[in-house]
Write a protein that binds this ligand. Sequence first.
Ligand code: ARG
Length: 618
Amino acid sequence: KFPGVPLLSQLPELPSLEGADPLRNPIDAFRLAIAHQLAGILNLDLQKVYDGVQVHTKGADFIATLPRFRLPGKPMEWAEKVEKEFKPDAYIETAKAQKGGFVWFTAVTNTLSQLTLSTINALSRGEYAGSKEGGSYGTNVSGVGKDLIVEFSSPNIAKPFHAGHLRSTIIGAFLANLYEANGWYVERWNYLGDWGKQFGLLAVAWGMYGDEAALKEDAVKHLYDIYVRINREAEEHPEYHDQARAFFKKMEDDDPAALALWQKFRDLSIAKYKDTYARLNVHFDVYSGESQVTKQSISEALTHIKTSDYIEKADNGAYLIDLNQYKLDKTVIERQDGTPLYITRDIGEAKQRWDTWNQKRGKGFDKMIYVIATQQNLHLAQFFKVLELMGYDWAQPEQQRLLHINFGLVKGMSTRKGTAVFLDHILDEAGENMHNVMKSNEDKYKLVAEPEKTADVLGMTAVKIQDMTGKRINDYNFDWNRMLSFEGDTGPYLQYNHTRLCSVERKVQETDGLVLSDPLDPSTLRLDLLSEPKARDLVMLLAQWPEVVRRALDDLQPSTIVQYCFKLCHSISSAWEVLLVKGQERDLALARLFAYRCARDVLSAAMRLLTLQPLQRM
Ligand code: ARG
């Protein structure tokens, strides 16, 4: 039964089944209705039949694939039996046998519209199916009780925040949202490059050309500037490197003055990163980093490895592990001077995270994702392999807890004037370009409450959509003209569609005095009037949103969601000409207005899942 949706409580009751959630997912309701009858006709287990019923795109709404049930005899004969014995009900009106043993099903349009639009409406703003918050249409509870750490962005202090960090930020923030939408408890971690000899050199640079005001103004830029400068000058002055080593030694020995300076660099850098992340609508729960791996974690890891049978000591005294039998080369885990490496810290940190998670949450994490460019594939594979060899249960591949999510390169990311080192300059340029476009339409521009903020959001949308349109593994060219265009499948095009959906309600209120009541009870609307194919196609697409969210977990591709957004926008664009609201008979106009509102709710949810901020006006 469908609580809170009066008309729908008259629908025949559906069987309950693990993994099917008809209260949140309209497609599940239809699949259940079909499976229920099929199970009877074929004398099969409901769950088995349910898994064989899917949404179909051409010729029918749903398809049952009978061959997968391995019934005796010819699948086609079974399909014909289904066609004959299937009784049309409130959910499904026809069942048709297809060559090869498939059956096509057509949903009852009125039920499809009512169920879908009422669910969207209730979950987007009301209290329904246990959800107290608005905006939850599309989410599910499959991951409830499971914990995820997603580590992403992870720039290096005093070094450029490059395209790889930007991609990691965009993809990682999306993955965090995606798991949350699937019911997981998620923590967002940033693992900064904030420790090492370079901090010694930075301290030397600071002593010579540090500028307190410049540091406060923009720590990321100032530290980078003095770091570049000292590296250049150290070519003539090798003694700078000795001083740097001495300073870093002090840091390692917990010298308070040395640590205080380092802490100041770190804090101010994080403050600056946070501004940039805020522009990108990204936040972190934890700012971790190489500095946060304790000496104890590192020494425990090293002792553990050194007493194993897979360790080797090189002639120069360094320790390494030969991973050639796994085609993973060799990896050094302790330098000849006894210092740990990047991989050593990663090993210590992973174990440290596992232990603290156990203390904090009473169990380990169910998954930990590292969002890092493909250039580090070997590093990640070695790092995971070493943890596995160390014998940790949670690091055994069959547990699938550790996951490296990689991505290709961005080529030619620079401002139009030249090569940029700072991400902020790229983002500024995107925002400024959008601002210019907005200003060119004076009438509209006057109505935008915060034009600069809006332009910035548009620019960020452009950058992100360009990044998430292709499969993660592909490289792409950073293309200003294409990304900022309002035509074609771009970020600005998505925002344009969203603002148009927002404005239709404003406009018909002005012209026709038409308003959807608030709170809105969909059973008072004549949704049966949504009978045109365009309306039906749109509703069917809206009904599939929860499925898209669920399936996106299979391949973890942002492009799955991006493609859905574009499909939805294409469907909406082509609906405008046919499904007019203005000047229509009242019941029809209200039904269509409601359909557009639901389309807006879903487009907004999809955009937010992608970390975008849907705009009301632009
Ligand atoms: N700071 C590193 C870099 O910029 C990325 C860190 C990735 N995370 C990790 N656990 N290794 O290359």
